[in-house]
Design a protein around this ligand. Structure first.
Ligand code: PMP
Length: 458
């Protein structure tokens, strides 16, 4: 298989013919051969437990048989016509997908990537409200297109060129890194070690963050806005969770100013948070627009914007066209993914296995000074690495890289995130088992132990 393209040759082609902005993971990047459910296999047959699900895209399992079979069947029948004709797949999928949303979110517009979905969501919010400004949170990732880059607030992804006019970034309500702590404020089986001044029934940290949010609205944007976008749990920034009720109050403030609320469910959707199918439900809110990608197609390139009939119809005054969005193949994949989530009980598995994993990781946090925070919900988990829990300085890159490489060498693939790449992101395919968790936690424990030994030997 790899005779005509041995590893070294591929590396050379990468250097010469593939854009270097597309970075690979690890000192010696993996050369993948195959995937099966929660497992990946490299070209030498080594097996890895995939705790990052191909950047959170593999929701039901690599090459899940149900999805593969449905795709193969459709491949032989019809794959892509544009939306100028009708075909059953898109109708079947639109009905199935929207049935999972509360009223009035019943209309879908299918696209091809998360950036494209957020581009469209911004566009819809502006066309519908006839306002321009959109508020977003620090640390959010909403895409890399010039439009959505205005919403993405992470320096590593920013380039010094004009992007996303009318996007205003406001303070991130982060109970671990932020100034007000929040030791029992987040919706997670594991709370942060950072104490706060909350009292029974009143969340001090949330109140402070809402004051900051109001401040932004009162000082930095016009009196009316087009909208507000947030991830229910931040993905690229390392599973950052907000205090309970923050989103609810922020939504209210935006609506008072004529804006629409957009929930970016590109990472949190499809049962990943365990307790609910959509991340926004964990915050007790109903957005006006929801964007979906990644897990929607279990790795197949597809995405969606779900909204109300009224908002969608604002765009209908003129044409808005997308050649590949909602093609029959994508729709069949999307429907098979929804079936697999239901038939395999994956939302419940996310809750059970995710909670188990979080609690096991919390034990490591209590044992190792460099594990600063363990957070998340279901299988959307972050482990933030620090020099020590008091200062919360990010663990230096060479130290965190070594732990990460060690985990890989022992057969566990983990993601990275956060402004300083200081947070391990654990978001496996939702079919992962408790046995896999035991293996992964043992590997992580060994890697941390080795770090302690290295530090002691210095
Ligand atoms: N929103 C979120 C929350 C994301 O994590 C990402 C991708 N990391 C995007 C949007 C953009 O998706 P895509 O890469 O498919 O354009």
């Amino acid at each position: 298989k790899y005779e005509s393209y041995p590893y070294e040759r591929m590396q050379k082609i990468r250097e010469q013919n593939i854009a270097s902005s597309l970075r690979t993971y690890y000192k010696k990047p993996l050369l993948l051969h195959q995937g099966h459910m929660q497992w990946l296999f490299d070209h030498e047959g080594r097996r890895y437990l995939d705790l990052f699900a191909g950047i959170v895209t593999v929701s039901v399992g690599h090459c899940h048989p149900k999805v593969t079979m449905a795709t193969q069947k459709q491949l032989a029948r019809l794959w892509h016509t544009t939306n100028i004709y009708m075909y059953p797949a898109i109708h079947e999928y639109a009905e199935k997908l929207t049935s999972l949303f509360p009223d009035p979110l019943k209309v879908v517009y299918l696209t091809n990537s998360g950036s494209e979905a957020n581009d469209l969501a911004m566009f819809m919010a502006r066309v519908h409200t006839r306002n321009f400004d959109i508020i977003c949170l620090r640390g959010g990732y909403h895409g890399g297109s010039p439009y959505t880059l205005g919403l993405t607030s992470l320096t590593p992804y920013k380039h010094g060129v004009a992007n996303g006019f009318g996007c205003t970034t406001t303070m991130l309500p982060d109970v671990f890194r932020g100034p007000w702590g929040g030791s029992h404020c987040r919706d997670s089986p594991v709370q942060t070690v950072r104490k706060c001044n909350c009292t029974e029934g009143a969340c001090h940290a949330k109140d402070q963050y809402i004051e900051q949010f109001k401040d932004t609205l009162n000082t930095s944007v016009p009196k009316t806005v087009a909208g507000f976008i947030a991830e229910p749990i931040q993905g690229v920034n390392g599973a950052v969770q907000y205090p309970r009720n923050f989103l609810k109050e922020a939504y209210q403030l935006i609506r008072e100013r004529g804006g629409l609320c957009i929930s970016d469910e590109v990472q949190t959707g499809f049962g990943r948070t365990g307790s609910h199918f959509w991340g926004f439900q964990t915050h007790g809110v109903v957005p006006d627009i929801v964007t979906l990608a990644k897990g929607i197609g279990n790795g197949f390139p597809m995405a969606a914007v779900v909204t109300t009939k009224e908002i969608a119809s604002s765009l209908a005054q003129n044409l808005h066209f997308n050649t590949f969005g909602g093609n029959p193949l994508a729709c069949v994949v999307g429907a098979a993914v929804l079936d697999a989530i239901e038939e395999d009980g994956l939302q419940k598995n996310s809750e059970d296995v995710g909670t188990y994993l979080l609690l096991e990781l919390a034990k490591l946090r209590d044992k190792f000074e460099i594990v600063g925070d363990v957070r998340g919900k279901g299988l959307m988990i972050g482990v933030e690495m620090v020099t020590d829990k008091d200062s919360r300085h990010p663990l230096p890159a060479e130290e965190i890289n070594q732990i990460w490489e060690d985990c890989k060498d022992m057969g566990v693939l983990i993601g990275r995130g956060g402004l300083y790449s200081q947070t391990f992101r654990i978001k496996p395919p939702m079919c992962i088992t408790k046995r896999d968790v035991d293996f992964a936690v043992e590997v992580f424990h060994t890697a941390l132990q080795r770090h302690v030994e290295r530090a002691a030997a210095k």
